[in-house]
Design a protein around this ligand. Structure first.
Ligand SMILES: O=P(O)(O)OC[C@H]1O[C@](O)(CO)[C@@H](O)[C@@H]1O
Length: 607
């Protein structure tokens, strides 16, 4: 029987894959102590966001100030400065009116109250019955009881000590010629990857004690690439597996792939493996039973997207020589500022106010994040999860369908001026911009003038200011967040600023920012596809074990799977298997699905 070539035709050289351990399931640890947790008081619930938005921020009411003197006054009046952090928030180019601010005051009062309750240990994630405690990570004295405080402090000490021992060579890989760990391979996804990726890009020194790489997907080619890049240094690679639930399939797959690479290189994985996960999760139990090098806890009350200041972010950072106590100090200072109940003195509340104004409180405009500094490139990607997974919700806290959210994208300036700023300036007006400005161009003593009176950094500065003005001239609103330098302290502060802004904004629009029920639908559907694939394989195997082999049409496969309504998915499954040499197209081609007849190259009598 001839195999007809086409994009999904296959060779008969089939591989049989070893049986994997059963799919991991999410396990939630029970709290060690019973806590005096409170629920939010919803008695403060206010008119729905759209009502206020329509009342005071309808698009037609958004005339922006154009007089330069009035704009300067607005700039000075509203400029927020955090002296100790050297951080500024300029909201002058967002056109909210005094009337809007007054109308929003009761909402802000309620939001400030909710944040205070949250910090005291209220059940701020009511669906999951959980406290939300990422603020305690940088000020453990605020944790609602001694048990939690000690847990945070002990984990920080353990992370610091382990990182020091690895960097100093006291803890060594068993069979590396270098005699010390030189590389980190971090396996995790979403909140278990984005923070460490952002911080590594922002803060890792040019020659860190350990260089970091990431496996953050279940793309086999991507994983192979990371392993190939490590080459012989796999022997001196510390593998950090990060998963709060300990059961995320992509992370499980990354781990299995990396463990296979270790086996093939004759290396002893447990001696180089570290787990960061909730106590008693499947990952935790695996690491314990297999005797991995170290395990660090991920707390029930810290969400993945707000976990950068937990072991999730701190361990990889410390191993790269980043001062994690400075990151925590920056976050703590920012948190303190964000506890102010005076809107103008609260930078996170100012951001939330602008988001509400710009998006009419219903996400009607996208948030474009433009850091003018290469090292902050991944800030927008980090914020994309923080903002969109937190705010993108179907229902509000009272069960009304609201379909909330704010879309976030961005890359970096001035690079984006040569990509999409054209559309921002002149095209569809569906966004507001946040510029992230860094005042210090280079370390002191390294600058030079590439033309009289002008440095390379002056160009970057000019591009930012020019873009801000040009956008505003065309009625495009923008916020500017300015820091002196990109340091552990300012990065910690930026993370804390946005974490709190998201929390406040969620209160303003009355949603739960701390769960992600929508993500489950895709995960469940993926599980169903894989279950269907197993049935397809069983049907094809039975037909392929016949003498002679019985090639089947798609209809025949679907009928024998008792899933005629899934024929399109069955076609896609077969096309994917054929493209990967795991099924043979006997007749027809993938371009004309009705013509296909398919069988397996090998009959597996065990199935
Ligand atoms: O840390 P985990 O449990 O592996 O989850 C990874 C990511 O998956 C999500 O749950 C979404 O699927 C994120 O919220 C989370 O950051």
């Amino acid at each position: 029987m001839a195999s007809i070539s086409g994009i999904c035709s296959s060779s008969p050289a089939l591989k049989r894959y070893p049986k994997q351990s059963p799919s991991l399931t999410i396990s939630l640890r029970k709290d060690h102590v019973s806590l005096p947790a409170r629920r939010f008081d919803r008695s403060l619930s206010l008119a729905p966001p759209r009502a206020v938005a329509q009342e005071v921020s309808g698009t037609e009411a958004k005339g922006l100030e154009t007089d330069p003197h009035a704009l300067w006054r607005r700039y000075v009046d509203w400029l927020y400065q955090h002296k100790e952090l050297g951080l500024y928030v300029d909201v002058s180019r967002v056109g909210f009116s005094d009337e809007f601010v007054s109308k929003m005051e009761p909402r802000f009062e309620a939001a400030f109250g909710a944040m205070e309750e949250l910090e005291k240990g209220a059940i701020a994630n009511p669906d999951e019955g959980r406290m939300v405690g990422h603020y305690w990570l940088r000020d453990p004295t605020r944790a609602p009881n001694n048990f939690l405080r000690t847990q945070i402090e002990n984990t920080l000490d353990a992370v610091s000590e382990f990182a020091n021992d690895v960097v100093s060579g006291k803890i060594k890989p068993p069979s590396s010629p270098e005699g010390r760990f030189t590389q980190i391979l971090s396996i995790g996804i979403g909140g278990s990857a984005l923070g460490p990726q952002f911080v590594a890009e922002a803060l890792a020194p040019d020659n860190p004690p350990l260089k970091i790489r990431f496996v953050d997907n279940t793309d086999p080619a991507g994983i192979d690439h990371q392993i190939a890049q490590l080459g012989p240094e796999l022997a001196s690679t510390l593998v950090i597996v990060i998963s709060k639930s300990g059961g995320t399939p992509e992370t499980r797959n990354g781990l299995l792939e990396v463990q296979k690479a270790f086996r093939e290189a004759g290396l002893d994985f447990p001696k180089q493996g570290v787990a960061i996960t909730q106590e008693n999760s499947l990952l935790d139990n695996t690491a314990r039973i297999e005797g991995w090098l170290a395990r660090f806890p991920m707390f029930d009350w810290v969400g993945g997207r707000t976990s950068e200041m937990s072991a999730v972010g701190l361990l990889p950072a410390a191993l790269q020589g980043i001062d994690i106590r400075e990151m925590l100090a920056g976050a703590s200072l920012m948190d303190e500022a964000n506890r102010s109940t005076v809107l103008r003195n609260n930078p996170a509340a100012l951001l939330a106010l602008c988001w509400y104004w710009a998006t009419d409180g219903v996400g009607s405009k996208d948030m474009v994040i433009l850091p003018y500094k290469d090292s902050l490139l991944l800030f927008s990607r980090y914020l994309q999860q923080l903002v969109m997974e937190s705010l993108g919700k179907e229902f509000d806290l009272d069960g009304n369908r609201v379909n909330q959210g704010i879309s976030v994208y961005g890359n970096k300036g001035s690079t984006d001026q040569h990509a999409y700023i054209q559309q921002l300036r002149e095209g569809v007006h569906n966004f507001f911009v946040t510029f992230i400005e860094v005042l210090r161009d280079r370390p002191p003593g390294h600058d030079w003038e590439l033309e009289p009176g002008v440095t390379c950094g002056d160009y970057l500065f000019g591009m930012l200011q020019g873009t801000r003005s040009a956008l505003y001239a065309n009625k495009r609103e923008s916020i500017t967040v300015t820091v002196q330098e990109v340091t552990p302290r300012t990065v910690g502060a930026l993370i804390a600023l946005y974490e709190r802004a998201v929390g406040i904004y969620a209160s303003l629009v009355n949603i739960n920012a701390y769960h992600q029920p929508g993500v489950e639908a895709g995960k469940k559907a993926a599980g169903e596809v894989l279950a269907l694939q197993k049935r397809v394989l069983a049907v094809l195997n039975e037909a392929s074990c016949k003498e002679p082999v019985e090639p089947l049409t798609l209809e025949e496969v679907a009928d024998r799977c008792h899933a005629p309504e899934d024929i399109e998915m069955i076609y896609k499954i077969i096309a994917h298997m054929a493209a990967n040499d795991r099924a043979i197209i006997a007749e027809g081609s993938c371009g004309s699905p009705r013509s296909i007849k398919v069988f397996l190259g090998e009959c597996n009598v065990d199935e």
